[in-house]
Design a protein around this ligand. Structure first.
Ligand SMILES: [Zn+2]
Length: 309
């Protein structure tokens, strides 16, 4: 399909012209549209990676606004210069973008993207409950069933540079029938809950019967492709994951021995950053130390979010 995309004309736009004026000031949804040889138009939502036939663009996406551009899915198909000028003509302000090819990434940062966020003094981790929508699509592919018991907390790395909210939106907006979900995404500022705590997800790769999927809460540590100048975003995301993991263990009356890596369930090389740097046992022991103490204010905020207070 991608190879068939010959003419690439970008209509990065505020899809709903009704709210154009308002959206322009807030967070315009940048949508790229491509047309293949047969005239079939496909869309791509920046920031979520959602793609599909233009005619099937879900309503909820039409109403959404995204601030960041994800160009990774285009790579070699895109006409970068045309994209850039189309974005500029439409008045779309792209604040950041990511591309897989490092040579192109710097070109993009210079020409299209805004500045990387600057490292700030640590600010408290906040807890956000933003469950994915309970529509027929998400029920079928992303809300598999009730937990009988939660016995583990499983740690992942996203292998992406995206924020926790973006990871959440990517799950919510996928329409490719893939069963992919997790309970929490955590980045340098937020822990975002996307599934209820009594429903198991599809994150461990061990199928519908496996203990990874059916007995464990999945945490995605975001920003694991933020390296170099952006490395601090990953470091801080991982520190925040220690707080979140500790709160979950406490909530479910588990111990640090009940932490697992994705790799433990299915052999997948995940969490890749922690594995590359051989730090899972030190992660576990920092969580254990934290668990031995009384919860601090950041953890208390998560605990009260988990218990719905
Ligand atoms: Zn994983």
């Amino acid at each position: 399909m991608r190879n068939r995309i010959l003419i690439f004309f970008v209509v990065p736009l505020l899809l709903l012209s009704v709210c154009a004026a308002q959206a322009r000031e807030e967070a315009p949804a940048a949508v790229a549209v491509s047309r293949d040889r047969d005239g079939v138009e496909s869309f791509f939502i920046f920031g979520t990676g959602a793609t599909g036939k233009l005619a099937d663009l879900p309503d909820e996406l039409r109403k959404s606004g995204y601030r960041e551009a994800d160009l990774s899915a285009w790579s070699s198909q895109i006409d970068y210069d045309r994209l850039l000028s189309a974005l500029a003509q439409k008045g779309i302000r792209v604040t950041r973008c990511y591309v897989p090819d490092s040579g192109k990434a710097s070109w993009f940062r210079k020409n299209l993207a805004g500045l990387e966020p600057r490292e700030r003094r640590r600010r408290p981790l906040s807890f956000v409950c933003a469950l994915i929508k309970n529509n027929s699509y998400n029920r079928r592919y992303k809300l598999p069933g009730r937990f009988e018991a939660v016995k583990y907390v499983t740690i992942h790395n996203t292998a992406e540079p995206f924020s926790a909210r973006q990871e959440r939106d990517r799950v919510d907006s996928r329409r490719d029938n893939a069963s992919v979900s997790f309970h929490f995404a955590v980045d340098e500022q937020e822990a975002v809950q996307i599934l209820p705590l009594d429903i198991h997800g599809w994150h461990a790769g061990d199928g519908a019967e496996g203990p990874g999927n059916t007995q464990s809460i999945g945490i995605e540590i975001c920003r694991s492709q933020c390296r170099g100048a952006a490395d601090w975003q990953y470091r801080r995301s991982e520190e925040n994951a220690e707080i979140l993991a500790c709160a979950l263990l406490r909530h479910f009356k588990l111990t640090a021995a009940d932490l697992r890596m994705h790799r433990d369930w299915s052999g997948k090389y995940c969490p890749h950053r922690i594995l590359e740097e051989n730090r899972f046992e030190s992660f576990r022991s920092r969580v254990a130390e934290r668990l031995a103490r009384k919860p601090d204010s950041e953890e208390r905020e998560i605990l009260s979010g988990l218990s719905g207070k």
